[in-house]
Ligand binder design. Structure first.
Ligand SMILES: [Zn+2]
Length: 381
């Protein structure tokens, strides 16, 4: 039987509580009946809304004010007002805009959820987050070097031409300076070239920034995001991650470089991997090398069973990073802070975190890391 607002004769707190509770349960029961019933739920809910909230005859907007509040003795008006406000809130919440925006046909679950709170049911399970595979890889690499006494250095992603190129010994006509590769900030033609802003193309500017701040000896690793004007595909992305390292002291030799990186690769990929250095070129190191490790997928055999091993292109070796002895020209830029190239020497190395994550997890499309598809990412949770 539908609820009708009773006249009140007793305005004691106990009586008001009873009246409030009765009205509240009546409203709840009406919504439950609509949610569980047949017919157009949206339409039926609208009928309930008008019955309770209608301006002309609505129970909480008109009937209760008329039947309870108006005739209430002066000393009870305050309590009746409070009862009325609580009832109003209780009713209005079910017609909140969030639910109101849901198409009528889809409203039922909301109402059922609001109505039928069964405290014996297990609570709503919120998925627990996990480290992104690239962040995880980055932290693992950083941890290996931290154990060797390296500290973490960071720097701005928007850099000046000076820190990104000039101080790192990139000659003015070096191809990396070409707009084909570098994303420059627009509208800076009026500025001198060295002050123009760009998105850093490597984490190397942090090497210079750190040497400006700290006197030698230093040992740092620099994890961070870099940008290049590469269209996204399975192995390229305009945004990717690097980790660089720099060690400067007196008497640092190429032997220290080899020993350090050999140790680090074994710590990362297992003690059985072998390392191999091949001559290369980078503007800011001399001599420079590329470091290869025995393929940790096929164990160096170049084959997986009867199939060729794709990650190492059947060579049994995988290139993991570039490295070299810091070019004395680079030290000239920070000479005044104790980096006299006649007194100090150092080595630097840099690797692509994303590429290592691809290899490590056997993922064949770099874009999967950046698309934010939870179905992919939760495999690493
Ligand atoms: Zn292989």
């Amino acid at each position: 039987m539908a609820y009708t607002v009773p006249k009140l004769t007793d305005y004691s707190d106990a009586a008001l509580n009873r009246a409030e509770e009765e009205a509240r349960s009546a409203f709840d029961a009406e919504l439950m009946a609509v949610s569980a019933g047949t017919g157009d739920i949206g339409e039926n809910i609208e009928i309930v809304r008008v019955r309770w909230l209608g301006r002309e005859k609505g129970i909480v907007n008109k009937q209760i004010p008329d039947l309870w509040l108006k005739p209430a003795p002066k000393e009870a008006k305050r309590s009746v007002g409070q009862v009325l406000n609580r009832l109003k809130r209780h009713v209005e919440i079910y017609f909140h805009p969030v639910i109101g925006n849901v198409p009528p046909i889809e409203r039922q679950p909301f109402f059922l959820e609001l109505q039928a709170v069964d405290i014996t049911l297990p609570g709503a399970r919120r998925p627990i987050g996990a480290e992104h595979p690239i962040l995880k890889t980055s932290r693992e690499i950083v941890a290996v070097f931290q154990k060797l006494g390296y500290s973490v250095a960071e720097g701005p992603v928007v850099e000046t031409d000076y820190y990104n190129f000039e101080a790192l010994n990139f000659p003015p006509n070096h191809p990396a300076r070409d707009t084909q590769d570098t994303l420059f900030i627009a509208g800076q033609q009026a500025k001198p070239q060295r002050e123009r802003l760009l998105l850093r193309t490597h984490t190397s500017p942090v090497q210079i920034r750190t040497m400006e701040k700290l006197r030698p000896p230093i040992r740092i690793v620099i994890p961070g995001v870099v940008h290049r004007n590469d269209p996204p595909d399975a192995s390229h992305s305009p945004m990717f991650n690097q980790i660089e390292g720099l060690a400067v002291d007196t008497n640092i030799t190429f032997g220290d470089l080899k020993g350090t990186l050999d140790y680090a690769m074994k710590a990362l990929f297992g003690s059985s991997v072998k390392t191999h250095f091949r001559p290369s070129f980078f503007p800011f190191t001399e001599p420079s090398a590329e470091l290869y490790v025995t393929c940790f997928i096929c164990g160096g055999s170049g084959r997986r069973g009867s199939d060729p091993c794709r990650p190492c292109k059947q060579t049994g070796w995988i290139e993991v990073l570039g490295c070299g002895m810091v070019d004395p020209n680079v030290f000239e830029f920070v000479k005044d802070n104790g980096y006299d190239p006649k007194r100090v020497s150092g080595f630097a190395f840099g690797m692509g975190t994303d590429r290592l994550a691809l290899l490590k997890y056997g993922v064949d499309d770099l874009q999967l890391f950046f698309q934010g598809d939870v179905r992919f990412l939760e495999m690493f949770g």
